[in-house]
Design a protein around this ligand. Structure first.
Ligand code: GSH
Length: 246
């Protein structure tokens, strides 16, 4: 059976030369997007966004307008939980803030979202989990509202045990790991989880101990926090139904 020959015979010189390598093609980084809601009111959006920024992930923001029912219906379908935030990245869809933190820690292991030390990492996961599933009274009575300032606000007695527990968590972390962030010099997952609590304490003028005041100042001074708050200030005012647990 005849074998097809190349259309152009190679010259001797060319035949002795090692085959040229194909030009290296730059691989485009996987695309990522994060579904978010109001920057002024949505504490979970802030948490997910901070984590993605701390991880150094390039992502686009998909904003779900909190006061446009149709836009929300459509965009929230992106997340099976019908909640924000939801991260999509390289074929993965991740919802729930803790899951997003774990995922980011996997794809960006050098970003230090979680402490390197096993015991500190267990501690970090525990306090972050406590924030994820607890403090219902604090969330209900002191909703995040970055533009709001309520000097002398009287905290509902039901929220005080939540505040006391958060102060206890922060105090223990700062004393154990030396600050200025909860797990030492590197800001990470736990700081993102508690960042909206910092803003609530400022909004509602909650009285704190010195180490906790310093911690709040550290969080508010982060460039990412300043960027988020500046964007929140540009949002339209007074979405009344969101002046509640959100
Ligand atoms: N623990 C959940 C809470 C998420 C959550 O409650 N998100 C709120 C916004 S802050 C939400 O999407 N609410 C439903 C809505 O806006 O329709 C998580 O970690 O993702």
């Amino acid at each position: 059976m005849p074998v097809a020959s190349p259309s152009k015979p190679k010259s001797k010189v060319a035949a002795n030369k090692p085959a040229a390598k194909p030009a290296a093609r730059a691989k485009a980084p996987p695309t990522a997007s994060l579904t978010l809601s109001s920057k002024n009111y949505s504490s979970w959006s802030l948490r997910g966004w901070l984590m993605a920024r701390f991880a150094g992930l390039e992502f686009t923001e998909v904003m779900v307008s909190p006061d446009d029912a149709d836009a929300r219906k459509e965009l929230l379908l992106l997340a099976p939980s019908i909640r924000v935030p939801c991260l999509t990245h390289d074929g993965a869809k991740v919802w729930n803030t803790l899951a997003i933190a774990q995922y980011l820690n996997e794809i960006k292991p050098d970003a230090g979202l979680m402490p390197a030390d096993r015991i500190a990492r267990a501690h970090c996961r525990s306090v972050s989990g406590e924030m994820n599933s607890g403090f219902a009274n604090l969330r209900a009575s002191l909703p995040m509202n970055l533009k709001g300032r309520f000097p002398g606000h009287k905290v509902w007695a039901g929220a005080q045990p939540d505040i006391d527990r958060i102060v206890e968590i922060w105090t223990e972390c700062l004393a154990t790991y030396g600050g200025p962030y909860l797990f030492g010099k590197q800001r990470g997952m736990a700081d993102a989880m508690f960042a909206p609590v910092v803003t609530r304490f400022l909004t509602y003028d909650v009285k704190l101990t010195k180490p906790c005041i310093l911690y709040c100042q550290t969080i508010m001074a982060m460039p990412e926090m300043k960027e988020w708050i500046a964007a929140a200030k540009l949002e339209p005012d007074d979405i009344e139904e969101l002046d509640m647990d959100f």
